[in-house]
Design a protein around this ligand. Structure first.
Ligand SMILES: *Cc1c(COP(=O)(O)O)cnc(C)c1O
Length: 488
């Protein structure tokens, strides 16, 4: 279907476009693609011989696609793409924090892709705009917010966090930065273990290094809440106006949750904005067993929760929820409260007024389908299953003297390393990095690594609900074998 032997005169160009848009071609290719993907998912789940990743060096991969013959069929192309991507549906995928999407949401992606409504204003996405309100209100209710709460969907946790901090600035800061630019020194407070996008957001907002107050963490990698008062005082003394406090739920590297209740209390005392970065684990609100981890979340002024991490959706889609929905209308305009009051109700359906994006995809389809067709208990099952397995993996590691945990896992993120009393810290760092490298080249399992306090840890995020205890034991066995091989 990629053959283009015809000459490119006007006539032919028209027929090329006709062919490109031919519904029958779409039907034929679409059915074949669905079959291919269904087979792929089945294989990934069942065939334990399949590799989670067949790693290629960047330059080799580049050369491959540079010389790729477009005369091959669409089917051959699809097979090649699948073979050359990491496989999230494989239960031996234990890498970065992204869902194996529920297959139904892959279909809603297709629905979105064909209709391609741009969502900026109401007419450009009537059904999905209304659905967005439904799901955001539902999410607010699940959080425990009151009916003033509201929110919207946006393209990822990174953008959601930036947007929340812009709302915070607009609401809390005494000067009108939107209109006049930065005239005073502003700052936010956050854990030193927070996701790097918070630092980036603060810098984008012109706060500079000084404006990002990184509060140290305790031995369990939680923000030291007893440091808040001192840090706040120091900031004030050096002429900074702190306008927001950010809690991680959890922090990315370790999967450890900050004490949201204490952070909320502090923010309330200081009359500053409290934002919860729940990109990864905000979805714990759905889990009867694990919602204690996000105790206090309902006191946040804003919360970001990724759909593509712990909610089984394709990337990227994030709910940004506000305790007071009105604050979201203030983000991208000068303060004019009297106008806002009037236009609020009629404005809910023109989403681009509140989102950073102009065009965005019809992401509410995923949320609506999962919440309505499967119900919120499906998120309880997903989060609980994965967090349970994280704890079990932690227990297995704690009982094996070859391993050391960075911290006892409380979520589905587990950081650990091979230890050996005969080796120096430096050697252990090299050994653990070499193990991760060797696992990557082998490709049976996909795991990552992280550095905490200068120590290199292997890092697993259990994202696939079909990862079993046996798979984890086999992985750890393989790591021990590799440690022996690489130590000599
Ligand atoms: C993943 C993550 C982010 C970034 O979210 P994206 O959706 O990847 O933009 C922010 N904060 C935390 C805690 C995360 O885990």
């Amino acid at each position: 279907m990629f053959s283009t032997t015809e000459d490119f005169d006007g006539q032919m160009e028209e027929s090329l476009l006709h062919r490109l848009y031919a519904p029958e071609e779409f039907r034929k290719n679409g059915h074949a693609l669905i079959d291919l993907l269904a087979d792929h998912m089945q294989e990934s789940l069942k065939n334990y011989k399949n590799k989670a990743i067949v790693y290629q060096e960047p330059q080799d991969e580049f050369e491959f696609w540079k010389q790729y013959k477009t005369s091959t069929s669409f089917e051959a192309f699809n097979k090649e793409v699948i073979a050359r991507c990491v496989h999230l549906h494989n239960p031996k995928y234990l890498g970065h924090q992204i869902s194996p999407p529920a297959p139904i949401t892959a279909l809603s992606s297709l629905l979105n892709a064909v209709l391609n409504n741009g969502m900026g204003i109401y007419e450009m996405g009537m059904a999905p705009t209304a659905m967005e309100r439904v799901v955001c209100k539902e999410m607010c209710e699940i959080i425990g917010f009151t009916k003033e709460a509201d929110g919207f969907l946006t393209s990822g946790g990174t953008l959601a966090n930036l947007t929340a901090l812009l709302s915070a600035r607009s609401k809390i800061v005494h000067t009108n930065v939107w209109e006049n630019g930065n005239s005073s020194k502003l700052a936010v407070m956050v854990s030193a273990e927070a996701h790097y996008c918070i630092d980036r957001a603060a810098r984008i907002m012109g706060l500079g290094s000084e404006g990002i107050i990184k509060v140290t963490v305790n031995k369990d990698f939680e923000i030291r809440t007893e440091q808040l008062e001192l840090q706040f005082k120091k900031a004030k003394e050096s002429g900074l106006e702190v306008f927001a406090l950010i809690g991680s739920a959890p922090s990315t590297a370790t999967g450890i949750y900050d004490n949201l209740e204490r952070l909320a209390l502090f923010a309330e005392q200081k009359k500053i904005w409290f934002h919860v970065d729940g990109a990864h684990g905000g979805a714990a609100v759905f889990s009867k067993k694990y919602k204690h981890l996000v105790k206090g979340i309902e006191q946040a002024d804003s919360i970001a929760i990724d759909g593509h991490k712990m909610m089984m959706m394709p990337s990227i889609t994030t709910a940004l929820l506000f305790k007071n929905g009105k604050n979201a209308h203030q983000t991208f305009q000068q303060k004019a409260d009297y106008l806002l009051e009037e236009s609020l109700e009629e404005d809910w359906y023109n989403l681009a007024k509140r989102t950073f994006e102009c065009t965005k995809y019809m992401m509410s389809l995923h949320w609506y389908i999962l919440l309505r067709f499967y119900g919120k208990s499906v998120f309880d099952s997903f989060v609980t299953t994965l967090y349970d397995l994280g704890s079990e993996m932690g227990e297995i590691l704690a009982q094996d003297t070859n391993f050391e945990l960075a911290v006892k896992p409380v979520s589905n993120i587990v950081c650990f390393r091979i230890i050996n009393p005969k080796q120096s810290e430096e050697n252990l760092n090299m050994l653990n990095a070499a193990i991760r490298e060797s696992l990557l080249k082998d490709g049976t399992y996909y795991i990552v690594q992280t550095k905490l306090n200068g120590i290199i840890y292997l890092r697993c995020t259990i994202m696939n609900p079909f990862t079993s205890k046996k798979i984890i034991k086999d992985l750890l066995q393989q790591i021990k074998v590799k440690a022996r091989e690489l130590s000599v």
